[in-house]
Design a protein around this ligand. Structure first.
Ligand code: ADP
Length: 292
């Protein structure tokens, strides 16, 4: 199975013609609450794609926590190790304007309480085939999870988002690093994805740089980087595309499928996600991915 150690947030989204300035009040058009957080989104993508998935993280003891847990379970994610921390769940306060621009405030809430792992959480990581990590939990817990995985030979996939300096103790445990092209540039100071991949390969054995509608670039040690083009589709909402890509890539790699096949499958899944509005709600199920 797949273990995900990561964030769970409720996205509170206000849709408005024009975002208000300081001291200003505007009347918006619509409000939606959408389950999110990179960790939870990757867990949903992997579970819908057919894997057994356990979510490790924390929701708050508020109503959002109840809804977030139920949403994960609805997609088939195991939540018995998802903590309920005292205080509010993580929230993202998002204003989307008519030009599709957004402004976002993230309050980590319960996610910030995940500073160390307990024995049950460490055991679940050790028992998994694959561990998915992002950077929306406190770094010490991410490092602890990565080290628990390495100690048992569990392959780890890290999404370096929100992008930050990666300590060697974390990189030493990572099998596959999956930045988007902005994150790859920020991590390396190198804009060209091929050159950035070469820099990243000094630290991790495999790198996949996602390039939006252009697809992704795969680089492993001992071979030239290979570009995998994305299917040509009409995108209506690219939110959650990256998380769908990583979650489904993990499923395919966990099943022992060869890298090119796994990347093609993940690209199909992400392309399905961008053709529908929403993030976790627009993630495809296994049958839909196989049908492409
Ligand atoms: P993120 O959403 O994390 O910034 P990307 O924008 O690179 O990441 O998208 C992740 C993956 O989603 C891409 O590698 C690609 O497979 C898929 N994807 C994103 N946008 C599109 C699109 N417009 N058409 C087809 N696939 C897309």
């Amino acid at each position: 199975g797949i273990a995900v150690l990561g964030s769970t947030n409720m996205d509170l989204v206000a849709y408005v013609a024009r975002a208000p300035g300081r001291g200003e009040t505007v009347t918006g058009r619509e409000f939606r609450t959408i389950p999110g957080g990179k960790g939870a989104n990757q867990a949903v993508a992997a579970a819908r794609a057919g894997a057994e998935v356990v979510m490790i993280g924390a929701v708050g003891d508020d109503a959002y926590g109840v809804t977030l847990r139920a949403g994960l379970e609805h997609s088939g994610v195991r939540t018995d190790l998802l903590r309920t921390a005292q205080g509010p769940s993580g929230t993202a306060h998002i204003v989307v304007d008519d030009e599709g621009g957004n402004a976002i405030v993230v309050i980590p809430g319960a996610n910030a309480t995940m500073t160390t792992l307990g024995p049950g959480e460490t055991a679940a990581i050790a028992a998994a085939d694959l561990l998915l990590l992002q950077l929306e939990l406190p770094l010490p817990a991410v490092v602890e999870g990565a080290q628990a995985a390495r100690a048992q030979g569990v392959r780890t996939i890290l999404t370096p988002s929100p992008v930050q300096l990666l300590p060697d103790e974390l990189l030493d445990c990572v099998g596959v690093l999956v930045p988007n092209e902005h994150e790859a540039a920020a991590l390396t100071g190198v804009g060209d994805p091929r050159a950035a991949a070469a820099v990243l390969l000094r630290h991790v054995p495999e790198v996949v740089i996602t390039l939006g509608a252009r697809g992704c670039l795969y680089a492993g040690r001992g071979g030239e980087p290979v570009l995998f083009p994305a299917p040509e589709v009409t995108a209506v909402d690219t939110t959650g595309a990256g998380d769908t890509f990583v979650g489904t890539l993990a499923v395919a790699l966990g099943e022992g499928r060869p890298v090119p096949e796994a990347l093609a499958w993940a690209s199909s899944a992400a392309a399905l996600c961008v053709q529908r509005p929403g993030a976790s709600t627009s993630m495809p199920y296994r049958g839909e991915i196989d049908a492409v």
